[in-house]
Design a protein around this ligand. Structure first.
Ligand SMILES: Cc1ncc(COP(=O)(O)O)c(C=O)c1O
Length: 381
């Protein structure tokens, strides 16, 4: 039934074997930089590649500071701690996200509140956010309280889903009005811009991931980006076991975390970053080929939202209903083309089943219908 799609994907990615959803591509100086690490013996959390990577990420995203971490989840955890999210607080986010967003909220002892996503972006909807807060929030002592639970709504974590920027400027305005700290989960959106500004740079803190399936990878890795010097310094301190700088003494002034990115991962990432431009352009060409192919089909291709330049991390198509999407998933996977549905909505998972939810119609609509297609970049050397 979907042979034409299988043939089309194979015309892009090759006739043989299983076609993965998103493969890393190592076509640059990866081996040279890794060897430099090994030769220097600096393979762990100190080394020139980590510092260089932070400089390069800050420069690329246009943020003043970048702090490299072990992964995106640890970057989220630290960003929430730096926003003073603690036991009993509440954090607004979207239910259509990867589990890490909500795990990080839970690590702080806080609870998420789930707000719907936009039909145009798949990211947190500013309209739904505004409506929820106008109905449920009350301001006391310059803090936003949830009328239903009596708890403080400390932060809001929208996510740039599949690399497509959400309407983050409007979200920022609403957060400012209610004194809610904005942290962007930009784990999937390195190379994506909203109104010409890099995703992750609108809030006080933004988070990137360099997991193996992301547009660039260090094997693992993450990063916190911010314009605030004090936050950047605290992020560095907290991610490096809160060690007080001294030539030989081991003194720590608070409970810290061992979340610093190792030099080996940074070495890979420096090389990957050197090729980011080519990866982005290849992914855009592939997205445009999919768009053209699906234009006459009954199921639609999800395009980058207005005012946005998306990295098209994962290309997505939208089926008429869950049944059609499921039969596509069965057929393509059985024919060696790896396709994947969206995540199970987080509010449906047992750990979050009692979480306060707004109307989640759009999130449910996407969760039932979206299927992600193979999206790895291709560079012919
Ligand atoms: C939306 C989102 N948030 C957070 C993460 C966590 O990143 P990591 O896997 O690097 O911990 C990921 C991806 O892995 C993600 O897709």
């Amino acid at each position: 039934m979907f042979d034409d799609v299988v043939d089309f994907v194979r015309s892009i990615y090759g006739k043989e074997g299983v076609i993965p959803l998103h493969n890393p591509l190592f076509i640059g100086n990866e081996k040279q930089y890794i060897n430099e690490c090994i030769d220097s013996t600096y393979v762990s959390s100190v080394g020139k590649f980590v510092d260089k990577f932070e400089e390069k990420i800050a420069e690329y995203t246009g943020s003043n500071y970048a702090v490299a971490t072990t992964n995106g989840t640890s970057a989220l955890h630290i960003s929430l701690l730096l926003s003073d999210v603690s036991l009993g607080d509440e954090v607004i986010t979207q239910p259509l996200t990867f589990i890490a967003t909500c795990n990080a909220i839970s690590y702080c002892g806080a609870n998420p509140i789930f707000i719907d996503v936009d039909k145009e972006t798949m990211g947190l909807s500013p309209d739904s956010l505004n409506f929820f807060l106008s109905e449920n929030a009350v301001m006391k002592n310059n803090q936003c309280f949830n009328k239903t639970t009596g708890k403080i709504i400390k932060a809001c974590v929208p996510m740039h889903t599949l690399g497509h920027p959400c309407r983050v400027s409007e979200i920022k305005e609403i957060c400012d009005k209610y004194k809610i700290i904005l942290i962007e989960d930009a784990a999937e959106s390195l190379g994506s811009f909203y109104n010409g500004k890099h995703t992750g740079t609108f809030g006080s803190l933004g988070v990137l991931s360099f997991n193996g399936n992301k547009i660039i990878t260090g094997g693992g890795g993450g990063c916190i980006i911010t314009d605030d010097e004090a936050l950047a310094k605290k992020a560095k301190h907290l991610t490096t076991t809160a060690k007080v700088p001294h030539k030989w003494e081991y003194t720590h002034d608070m409970i810290g975390y061992n979340y610093r990115m190792p030099n080996l991962n940074a070495a890979l990432l420096i090389s990957q970053l050197e090729n980011l431009k080519s990866f982005l352009s290849s992914k855009r060409s592939i997205a445009m080929a999919y768009k053209e192919f699906f234009k006459d089909k009954p199921y639609g291709f999800f395009e980058e939202p207005v005012n946005s330049q998306s990295n098209y991390w994962l290309n997505a198509i939208i089926f008429k209903d869950k049944e059609e999407g499921d039969s596509f998933l069965h057929e393509t996977n059985s024919k060696g083309v790896m396709t994947r549905p969206m995540w199970t909505l987080i509010n449906k998972l047992s750990m979050f089943k009692d979480t306060q939810c707004d109307n989640l119609d759009n999130a449910r609509w996407f969760a039932d219908r979206v299927v992600n297609l193979p999206s790895s970049p291709i560079i012919h050397s």
